[in-house]
Write a protein that binds this ligand. Structure first.
Ligand code: PEP
Length: 262
């Protein structure tokens, strides 16, 4: 039986976060979408949810400047574990913070797969984010083969425990559950499956951080969230927002998803 979140319970839950991940998309011409999101993020929605767009690193500075005076937050998509040094092509958490970012995604499955990032590396990156005063969005999620083998909960538990930064709190760390097979495919887990994994992540966090922090830490769902499925996914117990790839590139779609919290 799926436990929906009723209005009475909203006040005791973490403030939802609706976050966009632009991945390797966007040039300065795309800043009009950022501005349109900032313009559409009215006070009524601000009272219900925090909104964030994680742009490519090339756009963080200009996007943050475009959002001055707005509550829309800007973030990065990855950071190096070190603050500076001989790491050609990499970007530190301090550099993102200096450019106006307030969040950074770490451990996205595309980084884990394409760059061999283990949970140990992800944890170090999350700790770098905290050191720089950024909030870390730590991504976890099983592959299709792992789900079909019945290993989803074990894989996600291991990733959560292994990737959580030292000093994690409800303020500085967010978990994003993103089944790898649901990213960019148009496929989503059933509502019951989302509920099961999110409840299990909450339990894992309770074991690692204690009941108070675990109860208030945001756990986002990500993977083919669209305007037409957002309300159902966001209503699942222990889903405290969304991480959105493709549908975050257009302001109209992103705002339609965020409207699930209106
Ligand atoms: C993502 O890349 O984090 C993601 C959830 O992508 P999409 O929404 O396109 O599935």
């Amino acid at each position: 039986m799926i436990e929906a979140r009723f209005p009475m319970a909203i006040t005791s839950r973490p403030r939802p976060l609706v976050a966009g991940n632009w991945k390797m998309n966007g040039t300065r011409a795309s800043l009009s979408e950022i501005k349109a999101i900032a313009d559409g993020y009215d006070v009524a929605l601000q009272n219900r949810a925090a909104l964030l767009i994680c742009t490519p690193a090339t756009l963080v500075l200009t996007a943050a400047a475009a959002c001055l005076g707005s509550k829309l937050e800007i973030g990065g998509q990855d950071c190096h574990a070190k603050a500076s040094g001989a790491h050609t092509g990499d970007i530190s958490a301090e550099m993102l913070a200096d450019s106006g970012a307030s969040f950074v995604i770490v451990g996205h499955s595309e980084r884990r797969a394409d760059h061999g990032e283990t949970s140990t590396i992800v944890k170090a990156k999350a700790e770098a984010a905290l050191r720089a005063g950024l909030r870390a969005i730590v991504c976890v999620g099983e592959t299709r083969a792992e789900r079909e083998a019945g290993k989803t909960l074990a894989v996600v538990r291991r990733q959560v425990k292994g990737s959580l930064p030292e000093g994690a709190s409800r303020w500085n760390t967010i978990i994003a559950y993103e089944p790898v097979w649901a990213i960019g495919t148009g496929l989503t887990p059933t509502i019951a499956d989302v509920a099961e994994v999110h409840a299990d992540i909450r339990k894992t966090l309770r074991g690692a951080l204690g009941a108070d922090t675990a109860g208030r830490m945001r756990i986002l769902y990500g993977g083919s969230v669209k305007p037409d499925n957002a309300a159902a996914l966001m209503a699942v117990a222990n889903v405290d927002g969304a991480l959105i790839g493709g549908a975050s590139l257009k302001a109209a779609d992103f705002l339609a998803i965020a409207a699930a919290y209106r």
